[in-house]
Design a protein around this ligand. Structure first.
Ligand SMILES: O=C(O)C(=O)C[C@]1(C(=O)O)C=C[C@@H](O)C=C1
Length: 400
């Protein structure tokens, strides 16, 4: 099965669509009432609708007052549509549509739309809460197409807020696990032409299955990871994320599922002469490094005598070694594994690493969620699934 990123614009469009679907049933509702000579307003039924909205919103972490306001507005518009239709039928200007049973058919359909609308709102909430939402092109376009009522509805949508609820209970109530991932880090998370692949993508699909919910992949990036976390855009993030003190100060981390560190990659045959820092840091050694990240930081801190050259292009940096223009690069051991499998002539100099770091699942702080994720992960480690997924991703990940 192919895995893709969620589309935030589609989440918003689903909200608009369900509001339209709800109102589109009102001529049928009015037709029943017209045929049975019933009044448009049914206060008891309105109370049932609003109570159900509040109860469901609370479970989803949607601030219940803001959800209630939106549904009260939909009811107000529904009443008006019905009154207008009944007027038109009474005066003979229009013919009523065929009568459909209100209690057995129409209200269950309205209940179902209401549930789906709240779930759609839940998924779209980060977009709806953006400061510019009411004036976003999507909102303005819908207003233009849908007319006067839409402006008020957009106002009520823009006023929806999230409210804190324990993450695992919310995930189960929504039946969705929102997974933040970057799509730029093989063998853990890579986006190849819109299809997500990698060990962490496969793991996330399995984790969602274990929790009994649907995986939704939310696009994030290294610079925005913690901002997206704070903005409530995902429940967990899986992307080969290293545990750092900075991240752990805000988010929870699962147990480690990968331990690794910096290690040298060399031209095959030169392994034994370049497998320690002492050997590498000689005046005759040419070290190549990509600038800006932890690789450069490591080289600056540990290489004093060797000649260091910066190579800014990650796609060609390994060719520098292959073609003999550099002797060694020091990078993360997973990346070394990926390169030596994909590029003949390149070899890992030592099974050891110069540094040690852990990768883990980043998640919202909720004891129940942590327990569920760690319990699942321990199982996956025991069964060998974690190793198997990494091996398979290393065998198939694109090597640039
Ligand atoms: O269920 C009905 O009878 C409707 O007319 C629909 C609806 C609603 O929007 O939920 C609208 C007005 C009524 O007072 C009660 C409920």
């Amino acid at each position: 099965d192919e895995v893709h990123f969620d589309d935030p614009a589609a989440d918003v469009a689903a909200v608009f669509d369900l509001i339209e679907q709800r109102l589109a049933l009102m001529p049928a509702v009015a037709s029943w009432k017209y045929a049975k000579s019933l009044p448009v307003v049914d206060a008891d039924r309105e109370q049932v609708v609003l109570d159900a909205t509040v109860a469901r919103a609370e479970k989803l972490g949607i601030e219940p007052g803001s959800a209630r306001t939106l549904f009260a507005l939909q009811i107000e518009i529904a009443r008006r549509i019905q009154a207008e239709k009944i007027d038109a039928w009474r005066s003979g200007r229009e013919q009523p549509p065929p009568v459909r049973d209100l209690a057995r058919e129409l209200r269950p359909a309205l209940d179902d739309i209401g549930d789906r609308l709240l779930r759609a709102i839940y998924l779209a909430l980060p977009e709806l809460q953006r400061p510019g939402f009411a004036n976003s092109p999507a909102a303005l376009q819908w207003q233009k197409r849908f007319g006067a009522d839409a402006a008020k509805l957009v106002g009520a949508l823009a006023a929806l807020r999230d409210t804190p609820v324990p993450a695992l209970a919310r995930i189960k109530a929504s039946a969705v696990l929102r997974i933040g991932t970057t799509g730029d880090y093989a063998p853990f998370s890579s986006d190849a032409g819109g299809i997500l692949r990698g060990a962490d993508i496969d793991a996330a699909v399995q984790l969602a299955k274990a929790l009994g919910v649907e995986p939704h992949f939310v696009r994030t990036s290294w610079p925005t990871l913690m901002g997206d976390y704070r903005g409530g855009r995902f429940d967990i993030a899986m992307s080969g994320i290293s545990i750092t003190a900075e991240r752990a100060a805000e988010a929870a981390f699962s147990a480690s599922y990968h331990r690794g560190g910096k290690t040298p990659i060399v031209r095959c045959g030169r392994e034994t002469s370049l497998d320690t820092l002492e050997e590498i840091d000689q005046p005759g050694t040419r070290v190549v490094v990509n600038p800006g990240g932890t690789n450069e930081r490591f080289v600056r801190e540990h290489i004093a005598r060797a000649k260091v050259s910066l190579h800014p292009d990650n796609r060609t940096i390994f060719d520098e070694i292959r073609l003999g223009r550099a002797d060694v690069m020091i990078t993360d051991d997973v990346e070394v594994e990926l390169q030596v499998r994909g590029k003949p002539g390149l070899c890992r100099a030592t099974p050891a690493t110069f540094t040690q770091g852990d990768k883990a699942i980043l998640m919202l702080r909720d004891g129940e969620l942590l327990k569920a994720v760690d319990g699942w992960l321990a199982n996956e480690q025991r069964s060998g699934a974690v190793t198997r997924r990494l091996e398979s991703a290393l065998a198939t990940a694109p090597v640039h």
